[in-house]
Ligand binder design. Structure first.
Ligand code: GRG
Length: 296
């Protein structure tokens, strides 16, 4: 990554993370169910990279929109993402002890509260987007995109196929791509498209950002597979080598590490090409390069 791109990512983080952090836990400071609120805050404050909300805000800026109008979408995306990680770590799913460098939610709060913390975050995502601020018609459209991407036609469906895949005899590259597209790609694509919608994008700019999100989602997952095969628990803040340990099919297991890195480069180049028509694309270009090289 060039020095200019690295500086741009750094500058975006410095201006956007404080804004996100100030709003993300605000909804959970009051209310009757104190332990549940604590469980939700525990995972929200555990130091996630905030990739999805940042992409949403940058997409809104890329089409000339205001950060404030995309903020409800950005918060909603991080709530959904955090819920998915809490549920993914449960004994009935991946049964993990470590996430974002800390004990997983169910290890600290118990399984019942971890399930409910996920449920609470999932539903809070739709509340925050329904409540505004910003143009109601745009928020309604963003709500529909989020529901599609997070639900059974998207992330939840991908997770189900992934669970079923553990017992399939025949599991080929097309099936792997389908699972990645639904489980990881759908929410990343929605991050960019929701930012476009909330920022008031014209149809062609919205389409360009949707296509960018599609390619970035694939690149993100390939890098996730590469990191799982090459990084340590300490680097990732979660258990590394999980996929290989379970004999799961991944990009490195199918294509080798070099092949996986080439596929990552191609997906990143595709994302950059899709951005080419947008006038304010410098940040998103820098983020596409950064995500391909991220170390955790
Ligand atoms: C349980 C409904 C349900 C869905 C779970 C997304 C998911 C589906 C499971 C997570 C498993 C996983 C490791 C997926 C690969 C890509 C991914 C989502 C990685 C984690 O996202 P990051 O790197 O995490 O953005 P941080 O912690 O930085 O927010």
């Amino acid at each position: 990554m060039s020095q200019a791109a690295a500086s741009r990512v750094q500058a975006d983080l410095e201006r956007l993370l404080p804004l996100l952090d100030a709003h993300l836990t605000a909804a959970f400071q009051q209310g009757e169910a104190r332990r549940l609120a604590e469980a939700m805050r525990y995972s929200l404050e555990a130091g996630g990279k905030r990739v999805r909300p940042v992409l949403c805000l940058l997409a809104a800026e890329a089409v000339g929109g205001q950060i404030e109008s995309a903020l409800p979408g950005a918060l909603a995306l991080e709530y959904i993402h955090t819920y998915s990680l809490i549920h993914d770590d449960l004994p009935a799913m991946d049964d993990d002890d470590l996430r974002r460098g800390r004990p997983t939610n169910h290890k600290v709060f118990g399984e019942g509260h971890a399930i409910l913390a996920g449920d609470g975050l999932l539903t809070e995502a739709f509340r925050v987007l329904a409540d505004g601020p910003g143009d109601p018609a745009r928020r309604l459209e963003a709500l529909a995109l989020l529901a599609e991407a997070a639900g059974w036609r998207g992330m939840v469906g991908g997770q189900a196929l992934d669970l079923e895949g553990e017992t399939l005899d025949h599991y080929d590259f097309d099936h792997l791509r389908l699972i990645h597209r639904l489980k990881t790609g759908a929410l990343l694509r929605a991050s960019l498209e929701m930012g476009a919608v909330l920022g008031g994008a014209a149809p062609d700019a919205r389409q360009a950002l949707r296509a960018t999100g599609e390619a970035l989602g694939l690149a993100f997952q390939i890098q996730d597979d590469i990191l799982d095969a090459t990084a340590t628990d300490a680097d990732l803040g979660k258990r590394a080598g999980k996929d290989a340990g379970r004999g799961k099919i991944t990009y490195p297991s199918l294509l080798g590490l070099d092949g996986a890195r080439k596929a990552l480069e191609e997906a990143t180049e595709t994302a950059l090409c899709r951005l080419a028509s947008l006038p304010n694309r410098t940040s998103l270009e820098a983020w596409a390069r950064y995500l391909a090289q991220r170390a955790n």
